[in-house]
Design a binder for this molecule. Structure first.
Ligand code: ADP
Ligand code: G3P
Length: 493
């Protein structure tokens, strides 16, 4: 006993990571699955793919260490992505509508114009943007034939991906989610800690569809024996960005982490009381233990590593992500090319679903090197946008100014150094980069009694490298001012 199996169901792949009794990675399995784009701005997943890749990767990871005694399962997941399924058959009535999907932009606009946003923010901590689950769920109820009537008759269930996987793993015995995932639905009252009747009425969502909300370390039933060859308790659940916050041990108010994958998500721990943002950030639940929520301010950016994917797959100026470093180093210092990667609009703190990306400062001499540098720099500029908003919301409340980073793109030393330079503060990269899975594993293992308590876990966090700011204030501020002008121009087109 003493191992913990973490399921990390992400946007582009499902992963299963087996951690040993010392919380070291003992086995990893990963499978990608298809992305469906049925219309412009629409993004869907087949829920059967989410399930089959989760199951296959769990089996594969377990097979790598057959002698491991597994004490618990922890689940972490792409957040907001919405699934509606039949209570009896367990089959989804429509594809999962992914967090990136913009199909409800019009509905969000009309709700905003009708003056609902202030109340939405007050109750849920979120904004009226297609990003969150509630309008996606409303879309399914209104557009899938018979769905609304069946939901009202109590035949259909809603869940974010954690909830769907729990339902499948437990053979339809448990319909539950955790407070962090609930806090992304726009249906959850983050202060009172329960589903909001008012929000459900606004979006016309029958409350009987909603899962029970539990702590992040709690009983979520047992997996069916035939699925993994043994029945395992599910004892930890958290949305992936919250799990990374836990995995980075950001347990004290003022601590923050930023995860650089496809997008970038920065969370600042604000303690036991929610802080309402005055700067278009989200108020969300970082984790909930023993019934006590800890809140966070979150900045969500939709394009971070995806700008590097665009260089590789779109304009084809690189063949591998890591090629960007040498190119960026070789870029002409005399050119100030800026890329605003608003491929799907801009997230925090601008929240503009309609604007699109732009490149500024092109000359006849601009080439791959300048584009690569501008792409990596755009991640730093966006990080600074988020941190400026966070500092303004969190003024005078103390805490650390160090940023803990993780995610696939945190492997880029060039980008991490630029982030430190442009934010003017140190950036810390931990030894363990599997922070999302580790967070979920720790929640489950701590609940199972095989992993240390919060303080001891926090002491286990070790730094791989600190990036100290090296840029002087004048060039830093001039560069950032140029970015702000480029964003303003992009928003005005
Ligand atoms: N060395 C690197 N330099 C720049 N970008 C990188 C590097 N390595 C990975 N990336 C970017 O990081 C992203 C992958 O990170 P990952 O955490 O796996 O993303 P996700 O979980 O969103 O699928 C990709 O978008 C890739 O372009
Ligand atoms: O699956 P990821 O790592 O791209 O994370 C997605 C976020 O949870 C979206 O809010």
């Amino acid at each position: 006993m003493g191992h913990v199996l973490a399921i990390d169901q992400g946007t582009t792949s499902s992963r299963a990571i087996l951690f040993d009794a010392d919380m070291h990675v003992a086995a990893v399995a990963q499978e990608e699955f298809a992305q469906h784009f049925p219309n412009s701005g629409w993004v869907e997943h087949d829920p059967e793919d989410l399930w089959s890749t989760t199951l296959a990767t769990c089996r594969a990871a377990m097979a790598q260490v057959p002698e491991a005694g597994i004490a618990a399962i922890g689940i972490t997941n792409q957040r907001e992505t919405t699934v509606v399924w039949d209570k009896v058959t367990g089959k989804a009535v429509y594809n999962a509508i992914v967090w990136q999907d913009r199909r409800t932009a019009e509905l969000c606009r009309s709700l905003r114009e009708a003056g609902h946003e202030a109340r939405v923010s007050e109750i849920t901590g979120l904004l009226l943007d297609p990003y969150f689950s509630g309008t996606k769920l409303a879309w399914i109820l209104d557009n899938v034939e018979g769905a609304r009537a069946r939901a009202e008759a109590g035949e259909l269930l809603f869940g974010t991906v954690d909830s769907f996987l729990i339902w499948r793993l437990t053979g339809g015995k448990v319909h539950a989610t955790d407070a962090t995932n609930a806090s992304r639905t726009i249906l959850y009252d983050i202060r009172k800690g329960g589903w909001s009747e008012e929000m459900c009425a606004l979006l016309r969502v029958p409350m009987t569809m909603l899962p029970e909300v539990r702590d992040c370390a709690a009983e979520y039933g047992h997996s069916e024996v035939d699925l993994l060859g043994t029945s395992l308790p599910i004892l930890g659940v958290a949305g992936d960005q919250q799990a990374a916050t836990v995995g980075q041990a950001c347990f004290a108010p003022g601590m923050m982490k930023s995860t650089y994958g496809t997008g970038c998500f920065a969370l600042l721990n604000t303690g036991p009381d929610p802080v309402a943002s005055q700067n278009r950030l989200l108020t969300t639940i970082a984790y909930q233990l023993d019934g006590q929520p800890t809140y966070a301010l979150e900045g969500s950016i939709f394009v971070a590593g995806a700008v590097v994917q665009w260089l590789r797959d779109g304009v084809k100026v690189i063949t591998r992500a890591e090629d960007t470093h040498a190119l960026a180093d070789a870029a002409d210092p005399g050119q100030d090319v800026i890329i605003v990667p608003a491929f799907t609009g801009l997230g925090a703190p601008y929240w503009n679903a309609e604007c699109r990306g732009a490149v500024y400062g092109l000359t006849r001499n601009t080439g791959a090197a300048e584009l690569a540098r501008a792409a990596l720099q755009s991640v730093g500029f966006q990080t600074r946008d988020l941190l400026e908003a966070m500092h303004a919301d969190w003024q005078g409340q103390g805490g650390q100014s160090v940023l803990r980073v993780d995610g696939g793109m945190s492997a880029s030393d060039w980008t991490m150094q630029f982030i430190a330079d442009i934010i003017g503060a140190p950036v810390d990269r931990p030894v363990v980069l599997e922070t999302t899975a580790l967070g979920a594993a720790w929640l489950a293992g701590m609940r199972a009694g095989v992993y240390p308590d919060m303080d001891a876990f926090g002491r286990e966090w070790h730094r791989d490298r600190r990036f100290e700011p090296r840029m002087d204030a004048d060039p830093r501020e001039a560069l950032y001012a140029r970015w702000k002008k480029a964003v303003a121009a992009t928003l005005s087109v």
